[in-house]
Design a protein around this ligand. Structure first.
Ligand code: A3P
Length: 300
């Protein structure tokens, strides 16, 4: 991908360290308020490492909550329907905390925070959490493309460098390895549903049923079919309330080189990793994930 400058008036953030985790500076600027955020018992937290399927899980949950009513789910773009807890950007964009203050309950709340940085009120209030994890290789490829097109993210630089930074946890939200492992290790301490992007790709209906069960919702078969259809990649890609096309007009996402709804597949990493990069990545992965009971598939 060609080098690209920051758009005039939008200065790309840099990385800073918050409680041992790398975070982009616009989000880090909010940290004092995020840390003491007061969750409510009926808040539903949707947690992911960036690019693991946050928008997808949002659309599914919103469709379940609205009993498959597509019009209701098109009441606003994703980022309005699900406030992003730690979001921060140059003014006049509201922070996630400001947006949450005016969002009526029950709320869906998005976060990419690692487990240990989640505000403790979520646990005190016994909130339900859905965590989605995606295999590391597709995750890093998706993140790389997103960082290029999103002018609110740290400039990613060349792919080779980006991949090294991902392996070192030297990108916003830090180590993918620590993120997926910590959420996994703690999933049974709270009401956490741990899901995998690859399972959703393999059998979306089955995963929708799992989510419904977790949310204690029952729906007729034809509504479940409707939800599965509406949340397929092909349909969401064309849905202006789910494909982030509404923010590209504001200059934050540059959809000229890539799209938010880019490929939506498992195994796309094979188009980006060289043989040498793959070998190096696998060897490093083995060390970082040694002893973990958590297993991923990276092809279907
Ligand atoms: P790709 O870049 O690999 O295409 P997030 O919402 O966490 O930012 O994740 C974005 C990734 O999820 C993108 O991956 C996007 O295409 C993918 N995605 C979004 N909706 C999807 C869907 N309905 N089915 C499959 N993948 C989806």
């Amino acid at each position: 991908m060609a080098e690209q400058e920051s758009t005039p008036n939008i200065v790309r953030p840099v990385l800073v360290t918050i409680e041992g985790v790398q975070l982009q500076s616009n989000f880090a600027a909010n940290w004092d308020r995020v840390k003491v955020f007061q969750a409510k018992p009926d808040d539903l937290l949707l947690a992911t490492y960036p690019k693991a399927g946050t928008t997808w899980i949002t659309e599914i949950v919103d469709m379940i909550n609205n009993k498959g009513d597509v019009e209701k789910c098109m009441r606003g773009p994703t980022h309005e329907r699900v406030p992003f807890l730690e979001f921060g950007a140059p003014k006049p964009l509201p922070t996630g905390i400001e947006q949450l203050a005016i969002t009526p309950s029950p709320r869906m709340i998005k976060t990419h925070l690692p487990y240990q940085l989640v505000p403790k009120s979520f646990w005190e209030q016994n909130c339900k959490v859905i965590y989605v994890a995606r295999n590391a290789k597709d995750n890093v490829v998706s993140y790389y493309h997103f960082d290029w097109i999103c002018r609110l993210e740290v400039l990613p630089g060349p792919w080779e460098e980006y991949l090294e930074n991902f392996m070192k946890g030297n990108i916003s939200y830090g180590s993918w390895y620590d993120h997926v492992k910590k959420w996994w290790e703690n999933k049974d301490r709270h009401r956490i549903l741990y899901m995998f992007y690859e399972d959703m790709k393999k059998d979306l209906r089955k995963e929708v049923l799992r989510i419904m069960n977790f949310l204690e919702k029952e729906l007729p078969e034809e509504i479940i079919d409707k939800i599965v259809h509406h949340t397929s990649f092909e349909v969401m890609k064309e849905n202006p309330m789910a494909n982030y096309s509404t923010v590209s007009g504001a200059g934050f996402l540059d959809h000229k080189t890539s799209h938010f709804m880019r490929k939506g597949s498992v195994g796309d990493w094979k188009n980006y990793f060289t043989v040498a990069q793959n070998e190096r990545f696998d060897a490093d992965y083995k060390k970082k994930m040694a002893g973990a009971t958590l297993k991923f598939v990276d092809e279907l």
